[in-house]
Each structure stands twice: as C-alpha cells, then as structure tokens.
Design a protein around this ligand. Structure first.
Ligand SMILES: [Zn+2]
Length: 386
C-alpha cells in the first residue's frame, strides 16, 4: 500500500493532487492532472510560510494544512503523544496532566485520531478486496458503555496467520447474569437502547465485509467459539454457502493448573490470535481494565479508540514482542515494508468522501450510535473539518 513516510507539514515543495473541499468535483480525483494556482503564503506562531493554493474548478482556496491530520489543531504537537498515551494504558486526564493540556483537548483529539484510524483501515480494506487468502478468527470482546446495565460486545476479526485486525463491529445486547432486586429496578428505569441486531446483526455485518475480502470464487473460512449467533448469522446470510464456520467451543476445564484436554488445546491454538488481541486490549487500554473508573462512557468513543488501537496493532506494534525481528501484522500481509511509527500513521489527512467506508464504520465516524442515557450526544458534523 502506498503511504507517505514524511508528514505533509514538513514538505516544502508540497503540491496538492486533489481539491480538499467537499462538494468540489475535483475532490474525488484519483489520477494526476489536478489544476490549481499558487495563492501566496501564511504563517502562524508555530509554522512559517505555509503555502496556499486555489482550485481552478471551484475557485476555493486552501493551504497545505488542509492535507494534514493537524488541520485546525491548536496543539498539533500533541497528536502523537496523545495517540501513544491512549494505547499505553493512560486515561484522558492522566494524558492531560502529563502533557500540560486540558482533559477536553485529549478527548477531542482522541475522537479525531479515532476517525483518522477508521478511514485508514477503510482505505486498507479497498486494497485488500478479493486478495486475502488466510483464515479469519472471530470473537466478541465484551465491554459496556457508561454502566454495566448497557453492555455490548465488539466483533473482532483477526487474521489467523498475520494477526492483522480486519474488522470491528459493535453488538449492543441486554444485561445478563444474576441481578439483585434494586439492580433490576434500576435497569428497568433506564431508557432503552437500540440493539441493531445484537450479536447476530453484528456478525452478519462482519460476514458481509469478510466476503468482499476473499477472492470472488472462494470461501471465507472463519474460526469461532461456537457462539449460536455465528451459526444463525451464517444460516440466514444470502451468501451463507461461501462462509465456512469452524467451531471451537470452550470445553470444561479442570481446576487451575490441571493439564488441558486435547479439545482445550485445539481451541486455544485455533483461537489464539483473537485471544491475544483481547489480552492486548485489556492490558493497553485504560477503558477495558477490570474495576476501573476510566471505563468508556459512550459506545462511539469506545469504538474510536478501538479503531486507533487496531491501527497501532496492525502497523506500529510488533507482531510478537518476544521475537526480535517479527515485524508487524501489516508487513505479514505485504501492506507495509517496515514498521510504522505514530508520525507516519498521521502523515496525511484522510477524507471520508474519497474513501469507500463500510456503513457501520461510517456511522461510528459520524457518532450515530448514541448512548440514550445522556441528554447530549455530540455528533461529528463539522463542515470543514469533517
Ligand atoms: Zn475545488
């Protein structure tokens, strides 16, 4: 995949190859030939001589900054440390204290970085379409938004050989397990939340997207833990015959320390890539620690952070920490030649209108999966910085 190594902010001879304004016919240009004029420079206290341009099609002006992830940022130097802090087990306030900014700055930037991550993974998807020849490992990662009364799973799909994170999809479901009488009353008084199909719906959406990744005539082979929702999603899927589910349910295990049965060993081996991802998520994200006060408040924000973590897992973090030259999952897939660092991840701004984005991902981008408990759910609907 072609992805520049140098951040656009550092290119002194930058030339735009499309118009950054949504709605301009030149915005979606793919090939060369974009016609623009130079339109002077501007400077700020932080940056000097930022070139400006004028689009010949819509006559709108813009600058080199319109193509940077730090577009409209007042503290552009915080993007990288915030990203590193978010996947380094820190909560928003801790990051804010470390880098001397307001907690709301971290929250806003976390959302922005999450949106960038959604588009980056969507761009990679278009490259992978019809190309993937490995098996997938699927499992739902369990978490909750705001209160344990609002649990949801997140379908996570990992490549069985590459360990690349292909997909994330939320599955809100109702609270299960034992509840005391006061807990039951409290739950009854809470506003209802749309489940959007729950586990089955989320699995079906994942299947749709996986089918477009494998070559047209072949099957998508998926290892799962035998969740009944996976079977139902496959049975009712219009292309169900192109989906092959292999079930590895968790067998009963003896007391701690007792040897694993053959079935348990096989299950652990086949589901290892997704089990490992879930361990990394619990270890690296403050949201998902047990007994934390940093738990996620909103599903949208939780997903933004998970997408950022998926980009980190795929392109930045080594596949295995113990093996010195293990490379990244993206390198295994041939998407990258070397390990990326955070500045490289943020080297270019991505534009939603230019990248085909799966519907659920686009809804998360716009923050449409709201948490009904809150009187205010901020959508993402900025005009210029969309
Ligand atoms: Zn234009």
């Amino acid at each position: 995949m072609h992805w520049p190594g140098t951040q656009v902010e550092y290119l002194s001879r930058f030339q735009p190859s499309f118009c950054p304004r949504r709605g301009c016919p030149e915005h979606v240009r793919k090939g060369p030939g974009f016609r623009f004029e130079r339109h002077g420079f501007y400077g700020t206290r932080r940056r000097w001589r930022i070139p400006r341009f004028r689009c010949r099609a819509c006559r709108g002006t813009f600058s080199r900054q319109s193509f940077a992830v730090s577009y409209y940022s007042k503290r552009p130097e915080l993007l990288v440390p915030i990203a590193a802090g978010l996947v380094g087990g820190s909560a928003h306030r801790q990051i804010a204290r470390t880098f001397g900014c307001a907690p709301s700055t971290v929250t806003r930037n976390a959302a922005k970085l999450g949106r960038h991550a959604i588009l980056l993974l969507a761009a990679v998807r278009t490259e992978l379409e019809g190309q993937v020849d490995e098996r997938f490992v699927l499992d739902h990662f369990e978490t909750f938004e705001f209160t344990q009364d609002y649990p949801f799973g997140v379908a996570t799909v990992v490549g069985s050989r590459s360990w690349y994170v292909y997909d994330l999809d939320p599955a809100p479901h109702s609270r299960t397990g034992h509840m005391s009488e006061p807990q039951r009353r409290r739950l009854g008084a809470r506003p209802r939340r749309p489940s959007r199909g729950g586990y089955v719906g989320s699995t079906r959406r994942v299947f749709d997207r996986l089918l477009s990744l494998v070559p047209p005539a072949s099957q998508a082979i998926i290892h799962g833990d035998g969740h009944p929702a996976y079977d139902r999603a496959q049975r009712t899927h219009p292309s169900g015959r192109r989906l092959r589910l292999e079930r590895y349910p968790n067998p009963p295990r003896g007391p701690k320390g007792s040897p694993r049965s053959e079935a348990a060993r096989l299950r652990d081996q086949r589901l290892f890539p997704v089990d490992l991802l879930h361990k990394i998520l619990r270890h690296s994200l403050a949201h998902h620690r047990r007994e934390t006060i940093a738990f996620g408040r909103r599903l949208n924000a939780l997903l933004e952070r998970l997408f950022l973590t998926a980009v980190w897992r795929n392109f930045v973090k080594k596949r295995s920490e113990r093996v010195a030259r293990s490379g990244t999952p993206a390198m295994r897939l041939g998407l990258a030649r070397d390990r990326w660092n955070w500045p490289r991840v943020f080297s270019r701004r991505l534009f939603p209108a230019r990248i085909p984005t799966p519907p659920t991902w686009a809804q998360i981008y716009q923050r449409l999966w709201t948490t009904p408990l809150y009187p205010v759910n901020s959508r993402h609907a900025l005009k210029r910085a969309f």
